[in-house]
Design a protein around this ligand. Sequence first.
Ligand SMILES: *Cc1c(COP(=O)(O)O)cnc(C)c1O
Length: 430
Amino acid sequence: MSLIKIQSTKLFEKAKTLMPGGVNSPVRSFKSVGGTPHFMEKGDGPYVFDADGNRFLDFTASWGPLILGHSHPKIKDAVINSVEQGTTFGTPTKRENTLAQMVIDAVPSIEKVRFVNSGTEATMSAVRLARGYTHRDLIIKFEGCYHGHGDFFLSNAGSGLATFDQPSSPGIPKAVVESTITVPYNDLNAVREAFEGNPSGIAAIILEPIAGNMGVVAPSDGFLQGLRDLCTEFDAVLIFDEVITGFRVAHGGAQKVFNVLPDLTTLGKIIGGGLPVGAYGGKAEIMAYIAPEGPVYQAGTLSGNPISMAGGIATLKELNTDGLYEELEEMGSYFADGLRQVAAENNIPIKVNQFGSMVGLFFTDSDINNFSDVANSEIETYNSLHGYLLDNNIYFPPSGYETFFVSTAHSKEHIDAVKRVFGEFCAGLG
Ligand SMILES: *Cc1c(COP(=O)(O)O)cnc(C)c1O
């Protein structure tokens, strides 16, 4: 059975004549899974609807922001009310105070915050601030973590551990990534080696405290605390990129769950409730280096714009409901257990990594602790699964390196539907 895809196919053909690859962000093109992307027109709770009228049960959640599902009535009302009062003023507004206070109250390490327009802007700005504050240039990042498309993040590890990086995209000056050191996730020794090779050169470590851009990979025991200790020992800034995990794994993010405090935190996705947003914040002493209070420059015409702030405030208010994260955790583990059970019944080796409402599925029998583990799993099988699920009206992310997101709009019946279709797929593999 295949879905009718007449309108999406037509729209994609037209889009390709207008925009590179027909899209405004590469993964949307279905290049990695194959096939034609569905052009979505509407979202409602757990569902999205495409231009041909097909309805899908959605676990992509626009890549993370939609923790309350699509078209949540409270967010919709807040945004509409905001638009009625004007769209942007280029001045301070009260809503920025409100959202800033909510973020500061929720995230343990944030004393002051600056709003920007995307997660990419947040990570670029946080690194600039760390460099300005420490008067150092080098940064350490981890293979398989994603921090947006800033130049110095688009690099691959050099030839040996703790050597300087190579550009991973044309258009990135070699000199820019020579200040980036990429090491394997969960490898504390490699980080120590990098520090010992450059004892007064490293400005910052940046990482996803729970990786969500290579499926889901949790930090191993003591990893985050070990990074905290190394940053303290070598006077470097620890940056948690919580663009996914912020308000996703707990109201206070991964730093609250693991009880390890970074110096700076980047946020995005959920804090805009589906509108464009990003933020970075942390210790007041470090944030004081940002202009106009301090010398490190960073600005934005639409930063902290009233519509995104309204979406964020409405979302964070809803997320402050007692028991909400416990319910999401229960649903996430129901999802993960269901996939494991169905695969086991069909003798298909899989690993499911789950953390709260984040779920990652890998076709392998090896544990997944870093990017090379992910790369060694059978991504091709995920790609076939993706197509099979789509044909059965279930929308998983169009790449084997992504997280499935459970929202408060999902129920056990929705997950049972996935289990049923996943079972058919597994039976076909056997
Ligand atoms: C999505 C993401 C970003 C980039 O955010 P954009 O809003 O897409 O620029 C940065 N870091 C992490 C961890 C992300 O998942």
